[in-house]
Design a protein around this ligand. Structure first.
Ligand code: PLP
Ligand code: COI
Length: 342
């Protein structure tokens, strides 16, 4: 390693790395794309991404193993989710092979920025798909840009595997009942900026959103999905058409059942029934597993396992998930994609 980075203290901040991948869709097809040093996008002032939010993004990570191999965690799932988002917004789809080829190319080009195994960091990849070109009416673009850039990251929430407090939003929803909540589009995040800002100002890590139709059930966190562990050891996570289908959440549902022997359930999580949980957490690519120490729900301040200690099942899930991601624990078939380094 020749670069000067404080690997152990990385947060979640943009860093302009030397290389990124970029491809263009025009006349009904993608070009081959290329690795470029140009970190600036060049696009028409009328691009539908800028005016009407016709854009989508993804997030996935590359990890350095103990043996200095580099591996991606379930990139095929990110590719498929981006395709689903693209269909919702009438965008050109990025084929899975092309997506994975681009992700590997970016990792390979920026290899020295993949944090060391022992640092606890990883290389976060940010795929971005945007509608471009000279269109001003409200209609889908005919041209698209697909890019993936990267940066080394550490913890998303303060402390990483340490409980923090979250607050329920009742004044604002992030998504409408039949809107774009299940798609990874920037508009959902634009809608979450104000409640997220208010939550941070008040000392909370993030917002817990309720189902937009009835405001009675937990949907998800602004940047991650929610899970709870019941007192009789069930792993429970909300099922809703307006939350982002988290790849981490589906991985945990599998691991909870197959590796920890828990009953794993996707179902309703009434906000007025938090007493059933002994532990709770937020899960996602950036958030990994972030224990939820307490939830402020109106006047009610509900503490789960502890505000300072990580619950035992949350800890086991974390060890299993992160162990797989870093290559220390055997992965279920098809979860790990090695980046060929020759
Ligand atoms: N929910 C939201 C709103 C997110 O932004 C993310 C992050 O991607 C997640 C959930 C977690 O999804 P994943 O585990 O696929 O990263
Ligand atoms: C991710 O975990 O990849 C996310 O997209 C969450 C947030 C950083 C937007």
């Amino acid at each position: 390693m020749t670069i000067d980075i404080d690997w152990a203290n990385l947060g979640f901040d943009y860093m302009k790395l030397p290389y990124r991948f970029i491809a263009h869709f025009k006349d009904g097809k993608w070009n081959d794309g290329e690795i470029t040093e140009d970190a600036t996008l060049h696009l028409s002032e009328s691009s539908p991404a800028l005016h009407y939010g016709q854009q989508a993004f993804e997030g996935l990570k590359a990890y350095r193993t103990k043996n200095d191999e580099i591996q991606l965690f379930r990139p095929d799932q990110n590719a498929e989710r981006l395709q689903k988002t693209a269909r919702r917004l009438l965008m050109a789809e990025v084929p899975t092979d092309f997506f994975i080829h681009a992700a590997k190319a970016v990792v390979k080009a920026n290899l020295e920025y993949v944090p060391p195994y022992a640092s606890g960091g990883s290389l976060y990849l940010r795929p971005l798909l945007i509608g471009a070109g000279d269109i001003i009416g409200i209609q889908p673009a005919k041209e698209y840009i697909f890019t993936i850039f990267a940066m080394p990251v550490g913890n998303y929430f303060k402390g990483g595997l340490a409980p923090t407090k979250f607050i329920v939003s009742r004044d604002f929803d992030r998504a409408a009942p039949h809107g774009t909540g299940a798609a990874k589009v920037g508009g959902n995040y634009a809608a979450s900026l104000l409640p997220g800002y208010n939550a941070h100002e008040a000392g909370y890590s993030d917002v817990i959103y309720l189902d937009p139709a009835t405001h009675t059930k937990i949907e998800e966190v602004g940047s991650a999905n929610f899970f709870g562990i019941t007192k009789d050891h069930e792993f429970v996570t909300p099922l809703s058409p307006s939350i982002l289908p988290s790849i981490t959440k589906y991985s945990l549902l599998y691991l909870a059942e197959k590796r920890l022997g828990l009953k794993a359930i996707e179902g309703d999580v009434p906000i007025d029934d938090l007493d059933r949980f002994s532990e709770a957490g937020a899960c996602g690519t950036a958030a990994v597993i972030s224990p939820i120490g307490a939830i402020q729900n109106g006047a009610d301040y509900h503490v789960f396992y502890s505000e300072t200690e990580v619950g035992p099942i949350t800890h086991q899930l974390y060890n299993e998930l992160v162990g797989i991601q870093k290559g220390d624990v055997e992965a279920p078939e098809g979860w790990i994609y090695k980046v060929e380094l020759d």
